[in-house]
Design a protein around this ligand. Sequence first.
Ligand code: BGC
Length: 338
Amino acid sequence: MKKFKTLLASALILSMVGCSQATPATTDGGDTGSADAKTYNVGVAIYQFDDNFMTLYREEIKSYFASLETDAVKYNVTIVDGKNDMAEQQNQIDNFITQGMDVIILNLVQTSSADATIDKVVAAGIPLVLINREPLGDNGDESYKGILDNPTVCYVGADARQSGTFQGEIIAELPDHGDINGDGKVSYIMIEGDPENIDAQYRTEFSIKALKDAGLTVDCLDDQVGNWAQAKGEEITSNALSQHGDAVEVVFCNNDAMALGAAAAIKAKGRTVGKDIYLVGVDALEECQEMVKNGEMTGTVLNDHIGQSHTAVDVAIKALNGEKLDNYYWVDYVKVTK
Ligand code: BGC
């Protein structure tokens, strides 16, 4: 994923970051009592505060920045809620530029708007760390030109193919390989996140690919968009269980929030995870780790918000220090079973 960057590009990053440091960002650091502290202004734009996973992520960004402060360096971190509205987020980025942020960390509402946003931020001479929603290149999974072309822009994330593969493997590795009724196929329903989001696309594709790669036959009973939301996960599962009854052997959810909803629907229909149905999610929210432990979920996949947020912050600080950035920084997923 890494690409060769020209000397010209390297020179550009140094001059741009140098520019941004030259703006009057120093304050008296009065709140901590250190008169000569250098304060960096950090703008963080999150696609939507009302998202379980991104809530953990943004809280960790804030506390990790705070933990890195010294008497000499302070981070003034402003985090804003895009409310899942791209126009709102564009305004927030415009404001960050006007306010003279020294670095911006951005969780895009729409990855299709990545270029417009990157252009603006780059033109303003502000380093940009994209997180969680990976913009895709023209040929699907190829690296994104807007990132490759700009040495002050990078993406920090996890490869969603890996999370989907782990979900499929969790089912394939069960003693009955997900074929509870022994009819020779794994009959499942799929509950997808936001369809524009590559995490949703890859998890949907690669979970099923892992089953097929394990030599299993699959049968998709239903595939619906739940937009990462718990209530939708519950509604879709409830409807699918009413329609298909015992035929449903596995519920795949692109994230844990929707799996929490699915778990409630499964219980309400008198079904029992681990006995007559299986349920997998992604994220490993604490609540879901407990459910895996006590059998209410078959498994989940750790979407490492701590590793990702710390990497995003470390990279942002690198940029503030005028260091050269890679284009991509990857954090691994981890399979979670009992
Ligand atoms: C997480 C979801 C979250 C989404 C937001 C995904 O990586 O698994 O829980 O809703 O990111 O973009």
